[in-house]
Design a protein around this ligand. Structure first.
Ligand SMILES: *[C@@H]1O[C@H](CO)[C@@H](O)[C@H](O)[C@H]1NC(C)=O
Ligand SMILES: *[C@@H]1O[C@H](CO)[C@@H](O)[C@H](O)[C@H]1NC(C)=O
Ligand SMILES: *[C@@H]1O[C@H](CO)[C@@H](O)[C@H](O)[C@H]1NC(C)=O
Ligand SMILES: *[C@@H]1O[C@H](CO)[C@@H](O)[C@H](O)[C@H]1NC(C)=O
Ligand SMILES: *[C@@H]1O[C@H](CO)[C@@H](O)[C@H](O)[C@H]1NC(C)=O
Ligand SMILES: *[C@@H]1O[C@H](CO)[C@@H](O)[C@H](O)[C@H]1NC(C)=O
Ligand SMILES: *[C@@H]1O[C@H](CO)[C@@H](O)[C@H](O)[C@H]1NC(C)=O
Ligand SMILES: *[C@@H]1O[C@H](CO)[C@@H](O)[C@H](O)[C@H]1NC(C)=O
Ligand SMILES: *[C@@H]1O[C@H](CO)[C@@H](O)[C@H](O)[C@H]1NC(C)=O
Ligand SMILES: *[C@@H]1O[C@H](CO)[C@@H](O)[C@H](O)[C@H]1NC(C)=O
Length: 614
């Protein structure tokens, strides 16, 4: 009963040999559907012959004639000739990836009329000869990625009317001939990736009438040309990724397209291409991540009325301006992770009520009154598992917004109204050509923004270029002062908590001092001194346009009344001295003295002047 090594080993070897022999002879029975080639695995039910990674250097013999799937991935094939596969006319899927194929004969696959999937990924192809894919009218998927193809010739794909997916990425493509894609009327998806292409010609793309998705990744294209995609009316998705040289997108780039998603990522564009986006009114998702876009300007996306998702991740965004998301009435998802935002104000949105998902994590957020709107919605907004975290003020540094209790709310998320420091009146007289500066510093939480209003009601900010500008710390600087600069300047310090104002007056004199200037000075500067400036400020309380005009007008009226009064006094004296009453033309002028009944007479502070004139 025991195991007898003396006899056992040779017996097992013999058995193995017999078995192998048997299998080999079965394989050699031929293509009657019974055999399976040496070293391959067969799944007869699926009519599949699997020879992946078997060190084969030629297409094995004895493949059953009715094979539908032939997998030759990861072998050492060097070429495919016309005769090699001619017998397998029922083949539907052929995988030749990861071989060393450098030569494809014309008509290499032309007998495989049933072929639907052909994979030639990761080979050594430099050129696809014309006719290599001829007559493959049922082919739906062709993978040519990761080869060394330099050029795509005209008519390469012309018989592939059913082709839906074409992969040509990871090649050394430098040129796609204008008619290379001719015939690909069924193509739905195209990916061109990691090529040395420097342009994508609109004409070559124009044959792809059924294209719905186009991915163009890792290209060295420097500009999107006008109307490049104008024939692709069926395109729904366009991806432009890793184009480090792309800096400019012309306003007509996307003309003719009706996209529902667009992704322009990892390029060198510094602002949202508002003009180009204008025509994409059906866009529902936009990804502009990883571009150096530091400011999302007001109304930059205004035409995207159906946009539901916006991704601006990792763009070094420092500011979303008021109405930066203006026009996006249907925005549901906003992804602003990993930026440099200190805040995100409610005023940036068209309406925050549509918003469902918000990601602002990875930003140095200052938890003051500007973020109160997020806090109030912290239980209903979806933070996608990444709640925003306070980077300041120090007391609550590092706390997640969704961790605050209701009672703690108003202790922290507050703002402090700006206060202008050092309110000494600045009244400056200068000569034409001088440099004039007016200081204006303010404190408040968050740090107030300072701007000035000129006598001409023009807004002057740190961004104003030219003679008159505001220095970063808030000082108004007027270079080469001119007489027309004379007047009252208003400094406004403003933050989310409110604003504060302050006045400064400038009188610029030329040589000779002319009468018009005196008049202007009187009008604007008036008799502004410390006392009545204070009154003025209290009265103004900051509605610039209307109230400042009223003040100016009021001052003008006082001056005017003074002049009128003076004239009447002269006339009065003159008429008294004449002592005559010749005329029936009389004028009556009266005014009330505000200071009370200090005046003489029993008329209770009112004086009357009666005048008769010649
Ligand atoms: C191509 O596909 C169609 C249906 O998809 C089929 O009817 C036809 O027989 C196929 N052609 C060949 C040559 O297999
Ligand atoms: C394509 O570009 C890569 C890197 O930029 C370079 O190594 C390669 O030689 C280029 N190929 C061709 C065909 O120019
Ligand atoms: C991107 O643009 C900046 C300036 O706008 C330039 O300095 C940089 O070299 C550009 N990057 C590339 C990869 O061209
Ligand atoms: C654009 O696409 C939308 C669907 O995304 C469709 O409803 C609309 O009719 C299309 N417009 C045109 C002009 O093709
Ligand atoms: C947006 O683009 C970036 C970079 O290509 C990508 O990582 C990210 O997944 C995209 N986001 C979405 C929602 O598609
Ligand atoms: C936001 O962007 C990040 C980075 O691209 C991504 O991982 C995340 O899935 C996005 N979130 C949503 C909700 O799209
Ligand atoms: C100043 O604050 C008031 C409310 O305090 C606001 O109505 C007004 O618009 C603000 N003005 C400016 C210029 O910010
Ligand atoms: C005075 O003001 C008027 C209008 O406000 C202007 O046209 C005129 O040039 C000014 N004169 C001087 C000397 O500034
Ligand atoms: C300021 O003007 C008022 C009248 O406008 C005057 O009564 C007051 O004396 C003036 N104050 C100074 C400091 O000039
Ligand atoms: C200005 O008004 C404030 C109160 O509004 C008052 O405390 C201050 O004394 C006034 N300054 C002058 C110069 O009248």
């Amino acid at each position: 009963m025991a195991w007898r090594p003396g006899l056992g080993v040779p017996a097992v070897v013999l058995m193995l040999c017999l078995l192998l022999h048997l299998r080999a002879s079965v394989a050699q029975v031929g293509s009657q559907g019974l055999g399976c080639p040496l070293r391959c695995d067969c799944v007869p039910q699926q009519r599949a012959v699997l020879c992946a990674y078997k060190q084969l250097s030629a297409i094995p013999e004895a493949i059953p004639g009715d094979t539908r799937l032939l997998d030759l991935k990861g072998n050492k094939l060097r070429w495919v000739e016309h005769g090699d596969l001619a017998a397998y006319t029922r083949l539907e899927e052929l995988d030749l990836s990861e071989n060393a194929i450098s030569v494809l004969e014309p008509n290499a696959f032309s007998d495989l009329r049933s072929l639907r999937v052909l994979r030639l990924r990761a080979n050594q192809l430099k050129l696809v000869p014309m006719g290599a894919f001829s007559r493959l009218a049922n082919l739906t998927t062709l993978d040519l990625s990761d080869n060394k193809i330099v050029i795509l010739l005209d008519f390469t794909f012309q018989d592939l009317h059913s082709l839906r997916n074409l992969e040509v990425g990871d090649n050394d493509l430098v040129y796609i001939s204008n008619k290379a894609f001719l015939g690909l009327v069924g193509l739905r998806e195209l990916t061109i990736e990691r090529c040395n292409l420097t342009s994508v010609s609109g004409q070559s793309l124009s044959y792809l009438r059924s294209l719905t998705t186009l991915r163009l990744r890792r290209l060295s294209v420097a500009a999107l040309e006008e109307q490049n995609f104008c024939k692709l009316g069926g395109l729904r998705g366009l991806e432009i990724d890793h184009w480090p040289l792309l800096e400019y997108i012309s306003p007509h780039s996307f003309q003719g397209l009706n996209l529902s998603w667009l992704s322009i990522t990892n390029t060198n564009i510094t602002s949202v291409p508002t003009g180009a986006l204008r025509s994409l009114v059906h866009l529902s998702s936009l990804n502009l991540s990883h571009n150096p876009i530091s400011v999302l300007e007001s109304w930059a996306l205004r035409d995207l009325v159906r946009l539901k998702e916006l991704h601006l991740v990792g763009t070094h965004l420092v500011q979303v301006q008021h109405y930066g998301l203006g026009g996006l009435r249907q925005l549901r998802l906003l992804n602003l992770s990993d930026n440099d935002l200190v805040t995100l104000e409610e005023s940036s949105f068209h309406s925050v009520n549509t918003l469902e998902t918000l990601r602002v994590d990875g930003n140095p957020l200052s938890c003051d009154c500007r973020l109160l709107w997020i806090l109030q919605r912290r239980k209903t907004l979806n933070f996608d598992g990444h709640s925003p975290v306070c980077a300041g003020p120090v007391e609550i540094q590092g706390r997640a917004l969704n961790a605050f209790s209701d009672s703690a709310l108003f202790d922290h998320f507050t703002c402090q109204r700006p206060k202008i420091r050092n309110r000494k009146l600045q009244q400056v007289s200068a000569h034409e050509g001088q440099v004039v500066s007016f200081a204006c510093r303010a404190e408040g939480e968050p740090t107030p923004i300072i701007f000035w209003i000129s006598p001409q009601r023009r807004r002057i900010t740190t961004k104003s270029a030219g003679r008159v500008t505001v220095l970063p710390e808030g000082t108004l600087q007027i270079r080469y002062a001119q007489m027309t600069d004379s007047g009252t300047y208003i400094c406004i310090a403003s933050n989310a908590g409110g604003n504060d104002t302050y006045f400064a007056t400038l009188t610029v004199s030329g040589l000779p001092l002319d009468a018009a200037l005196v008049a202007n000075r009187t009008y604007y500067v008036g008799d502004l001194n410390d006392t009545n400036l204070n009154d003025t400020r209290v009265f103004l309380k900051f509605t610039l346009d209307l109230k400042t005009i009223l003040i100016s007008t009021a001052m003008g009226c006082i001056t005017f009344l003074g002049v009128v009064l003076f004239c009447f006094l002269l006339l009065f004296i003159w008429s008294r001295s004449k002592g005559q009453h010749k005329n029936n033309f009389s004028v009556e002028y009266s005014f009330r003295k505000v200071d009370g009944p200090s005046a003489s007479g029993g008329q209770g502070g009112a004086r009357k002047f009666n005048m008769k004139m010649i």
